[in-house]
Each structure stands twice: as structure tokens, then as C-alpha cells.
Write a protein of this length. Sequence first.
Length: 564
Amino acid sequence: MAEDAPAQAPVSAPAAVPTPAAAAAPAVTVKSEANDTTPAAPVKRERDDAAASEEAAMNAGSSEAGAKRGRFDRKGNHGGPRKDGAKGHWQQKKEERKAKGREHGRRGKPWEKKPKGPVDEEEAANAGSARPVKAEGEEGDGERRLPKKRAAVLVGYCGTGYSGMQIQTHGSRTIEGDLFAALIKAGAVSEENGADHRKVDVQRAARTDAGVHAAGNCISLKMILDPPVPAEFPDLTAYVNSFLPDQIRMWGFVRTMKSFQARTACDSRVYEYLLPSYCLLPPASDDPFAKTLDEVSPGWRDVVKTSAEFVNAAVPPAETDDGSVDPKARGEFERRRGWRVDEDTLRRFRELVAQPYKDRSVKRFMISLEVRDPAVYGDIEWISVRIHGQSFMLHQIRKMMSLAMLACRTGTNVALFNETFGPKRIHIPKAPPLGLLLEQPQFRTYNERARTMPKSGDEVREYVDFGKYEDQMHAFKVSWIYERLREVELETNTFHKWIRQIDCTATKAFAFLNTAGTIPDDALVTLTSKKYFGEEGKEGKAPEGGEDSDAEDAGLDMNSDVEG
């Protein structure tokens, strides 16, 4: 029966499931002696000489491959020395640079050729300098570059005709612009750095606006401290002043620490406000302001009766056909200018100004306030108020002086000043900016640090102090600043107009000026109460800029051309 069964084809044994390692390697089929093909175990494929020759021939036909082989060899060496002794791409370049240096007779930069011939004394003196020193009598603009050092420059100026203190790039005439140009001409700042003041890091202790004066101000910058100075000038300060107009003076300069910045190192500032003494005269008995005071402060006339006698003795000015006052009738102007403050009025003004400055409610710390003795400049008597504080808010000094003048001329109780530090808001008009000037910034913290820090070698640390220039600064104030104030007041009657505008105002916005020293509700400034600006009872939002905007704050002097 087995013989009758059909012949079956030989069945090969099932192949074993390849392992991951075996699957990764290609299977190689080998022939047995019986010509049976059976799969063999995977083996690692070796690169033979023929395959290597074929790959080299294929790569040689590509230019990119050739360049790549020059930079990176098969061993992963990137430009470094190869194991076979050949040199990488970057090492070859390095050897080429060295060879070029040897061709010029030196090692180093091939474009800097070694000078030929003997070196004279002048070249030896210029060794290590970026530019050669110009020999005596030699023409040319090349000079040795002198080192710059951080310094503080102390200056004073009359701001009339200038667009402020800070240097501008759009061509406006500024104090710093003229000073910087003078430093360049004197050699304290090189012409290369003169093209851009930021290269020498110009900073100022206090920035004043257009037309504002300063008897002392400080500017910090990096400057050349010992440039060549002609023999006819005693020092660099005198040489710089020769290039400045008379209304700008450089008092001196001191070398400072590298970290010194005039703006951040200044810890307090001293301002001075000058006002004509006739600003303390009370309003006339028939003025609208006086009639308002009679309602809110009945006893005010008894407090100011001494000075009121002078005011009430005035002759009414002539009127024109339309009822307006003749602008040419200046008799009252001249009469008020001739008035001299009495002891009682001056004492009351000093009590109002010299309030305790250590009160917790004071937002800006006042170090000292001083009312100096009156002084006559020309035919006007001026009272100087010296205000020394750490910092000041916008228009703070002008409002302080305005409140003091209004309180003095209306007999207001000194208790009002403590009330103003509370939550109640009142409107205080700004005093004219004409009398405000910066006397000097002070650097006590920096000077103390310079005194206590240990010194290295012969290092000298000077103090930033205006004390040794007090006499020069006072003479400059009298001849330039005070004289300019007097001329402007004679020409424009700035203070007189400001006082007259207040006296001609009939409003209870000034009801806080009373002998009780209290702030009534009629004097409060609210969002719906704008009586002072002719909008009584009108509902709505506060004007743009807030209740303390410049437009509202100038309510009594909307047409004034002077602004600070």
C-alpha cells in the first residue's frame, strides 16, 4: 500500500524565527555539496578592497565631496592633526599665515610692516600711542591721544536765551551745548568724541528748563584733565571760560570715582526764590478779593493794618473812555516798587515759611528753609528765600511760595499749613517762575564715601563741593541773574500783574485764607466744583490732565509768556 502512494516533494524544515540581532544582519545563502540551498546564520559583512576602490572612485567625481574631505577626514578630526600625519584645513591656513609673517621679517600681523632704518627719538616717544605727537612747529592734525578720566564740572549760568540745560541733537541752543563746544576747543574733549556727547557719558545733577538760571550746577563726564593750555591762561578752567559767553561760567572741575554720576550721586538740592517785597502787600479795601475775605475771614484787616494803610492810600489810576485802566498810567507800579517791608510783615512771612519740616505728613523732606534779609537791587527791594530739600515735585516750590505770600498778605493763621497736608484739596495758584533759580546741588553722601574709602598709592579723591566758589557765585548772581530779574520785572511787571489778577478775583476758592486757619467746604476742589474757572455747578468729568493740570494751574495767568 505504501508503494501505491504518490511521491511527495521533499519538505524543507521550517526556518527559525530570526532574532533582532540576526534580522539586522543580511542572511547569506551558501551551497551545500548536494546543491541544496539552506539559509545560513547571519554574519558581519566585511568591506573588501574592490568595494573600497569603487567608493573612492565615486566620491572623487564630486567637487563638494573633495572639499569636504579636505576639511573633515573619516576619523572625525575637524581640522586638527590627523593620525596619518597629514594636516587638516585649518592647520594648513595657520602655517600659511606664519609663512607670510616670516616673509615680512617678523611674526604677527602681515599688514603691519616693520619700519626700515633707524628709529629716531620722536618715534620712540610715540611708541604705544595711537597717533603720533605733533612736534613743536609741525603742521598737521595728528596728536597723541590723551587719557580720559571721570570728572565733575561745576558751572553757573543765566538761562535767558537758552532752550534749557540739557544738550539737544536737533540744533536748539542749550547750556550744555555751548559748554561741550568750549571743552572741545580747549582740548578737554577730543574731536572724535565731540561728534557724539554720549561717548563721554554726559550727565547733569539738575536739569533746568528754558530761561531758568542756576548759580551752581554739576555735570559729570569723561574728559581729558591735563590738555595743553596756552601760557597766558593760568589753568584749564580759565582756558575753557575764554570760549564761553559771559552768561555761562565754569567754576572748576574735580576728578571723581569711575562710578560717579551727577544725577544719581546728588542727594539734595538748594533752590532760591526771589520775590519783590511789595508782593506781601494786602489787597486794597475796594478790591473784589478783599470783599471776599471780609465774608470768610472778618478779622483779617486787623492783622495786616500796617501795610494796608500804604495800599489804601493809593490814587486810583486814570481810566480810558471805555472804562478800562490806562496802560500808560504806571504811577501805582512805581509807588509799590518804592515800598520797603516793615518788621511786622517780614516776621509774619518768616513764620509762615519756616514751618517744621520733620512732620510725618510731609511728602518731600525739607532740610532747611530760610528767609534772608531784604536787599535792594536797582529800585526794587527783593526778599530771598533759600529752600534746601532732598527732592521736589513738579511746581512744588512755586506753590509753596504762592501759599506763603497769599497767607502773609491776608493775615491767614499759620495753622493752615498743617491742614494742607491732609486729604482736603485746595487750589493754590503757581507763583511766577521768574524768581526761581537753582543755587547748587549737594553731594554729601558721595563726599563722605570718598573720605572714608581706603586709598591706593598716591590716589587723590577730591570732594564735589561749591564752597570754595561761593564768592564767585555770589558775584555772578548779582551781576547776571539778579540784574536780569530786575530788568524783566521792570519791563513786564510780572509779579505786579500776578498779584493784581488775584485781587480782582471774586470767588470763594480762596476761602481757606482766613484767620482761623481752617479749610471750609467752599474752598475744596472737586470734580463737580470748578467755581474758580467759571464753571460753577457744572456736572461732568475733570478736565484732561486732572485737577492739577497746567491749564487749570495757570488759571490766574493764562496769557503769561513766562513759564518754568
